[in-house]
Write a protein that binds this ligand. Structure first.
Ligand SMILES: [Zn+2]
Length: 346
């Protein structure tokens, strides 16, 4: 009897003090398991006399029930504690700032080129393309700039070596403007048409804040029976208005380009000051934006079109220059340095 009471007290303590589910399971095995201490006592009952066996047996069974109940309670409370501990560890602080992840972005020149294409597209202009490595014919001769023409000096050119030294082969170069696309397009399409040709061009010259050896240009061409510079002015005004999101004025100043006649420099009202005068426009209220003119009859001829039947305007401007004005970027070279701090701003 004495040892059963001792055992009960000992087992109760072990169960109540079990600090984890594993410790509890160990205690259960030690007292209630197949070879546990209580089971051992039950096994000795058969050696006792009849009456003692009956009382001892009843008591031992009661003890077993009690211990099992205690173990069940302890299991439940340990599980609860464990769950609360887990909740504490996995607590989510919804006030913490989110994790920032970096996704790629478009280059500012790509953004502006797409804007420009969308705006001209809304006016019915298709997008045309031409090769960056051009022949001398398309880059110069077909545009009314023969080899001995002094106007060739207007474009500092990267010439490409002729590896076969074939004297009859066309001389190749990196195109100095997007104007060759005009000729290529007219050769393959019947007017009337209106196109823009954005693309990369190359100049062999020193770089500074407003000059790069490569930059992006946009060529425009509209040909029909009675297309005039008045149409051009309207197209340009609409385009600039949509690009800069406000009403823009355009003026034409007489100028010379070999592939147009008459030719003009195109000014737009200063985006910075709205035409009142500031340092950007050198207090004139105007900023030069493009070159333009009526397509020269010789250009039509070299592209196989009769200039007596057709006429049209052509224009060109620097996409980089427009982007610099729109985003207020002081140096054209920033577009090509790929400094991530610069690029992330767009
Ligand atoms: Zn200004």
């Amino acid at each position: 009897m004495h040892s059963l009471e001792d055992l009960r007290a000992e087992a109760e303590r072990a169960i109540k003090q079990a600090g984890s589910l594993k410790a509890l399971r160990d205690a259960e095995v030690a007292y209630l398991g197949r070879s546990g201490k209580l089971t051992q006592i039950l096994k000795t009952l058969k050696d006792l006399p009849e009456d003692k066996r009956r009382t001892m047996g009843a008591e031992a069974n009661e003890t077993r029930k009690l211990l099992e109940l205690l173990a069940a309670e302890r299991t439940a409370s340990l599980k609860r504690e464990e769950y609360e501990q887990k909740l504490k560890l996995e607590r989510i602080d919804i006030t913490r700032p989110g994790k920032r992840y970096h996704k790629g972005g478009l280059h500012p020149l790509t953004i502006i080129r797409r804007d420009i294409e969308r705006i001209f597209g809304s006016m019915g202009f298709a997008v045309a393309e031409g090769p960056e490595v051009e022949t001398e014919f398309y880059n110069f001769d077909a545009l009314n700039i023969p080899a001995d023409h002094p106007a060739r000096d207007m474009w500092d050119t990267f010439w490409i070596k002729n590896p076969k030294r074939d004297p009859k082969a066309q001389r190749l170069l990196l195109r100095t403007h997007t104007s060759p696309v005009q000729v290529r397009y007219i050769q393959k399409h019947a007017p009337p048409f209106r196109i823009i040709a954005p693309g990369r061009v190359f100049r062999y010259e020193a770089t500074d804040a407003s000059h790069e050896i490569q930059f992006y240009q946009l060529e425009g061409l509209m040909v029909g029976r009675d297309i005039s510079l008045a149409n051009f002015k309207q197209v340009m005004q609409t385009f600039l208005g949509k690009l800069f999101g406000k009403e823009m004025k355009v003026r034409l100043r007489p100028s010379y380009f070999p592939f147009v006649e008459p030719g003009a420099e195109v000014d737009m009202s200063c985006v910075q000051c709205g035409g009142h005068g500031c340092s950007v426009c050198k207090h004139t209220g105007w900023v030069e934006i493009a070159g333009a003119g009526m397509v020269h009859p010789k250009v039509f001829q070299s592209a196989g079109l009769n200039p007596k039947d057709w006429q049209g305007f052509a224009f060109g401007f620097g996409i980089d220059r427009v982007a610099m004005m729109k985003y207020k970027i002081p140096d054209i070279r920033m577009f090509y340095q790929n400094d991530i701090r610069f690029l992330r701003q767009f």
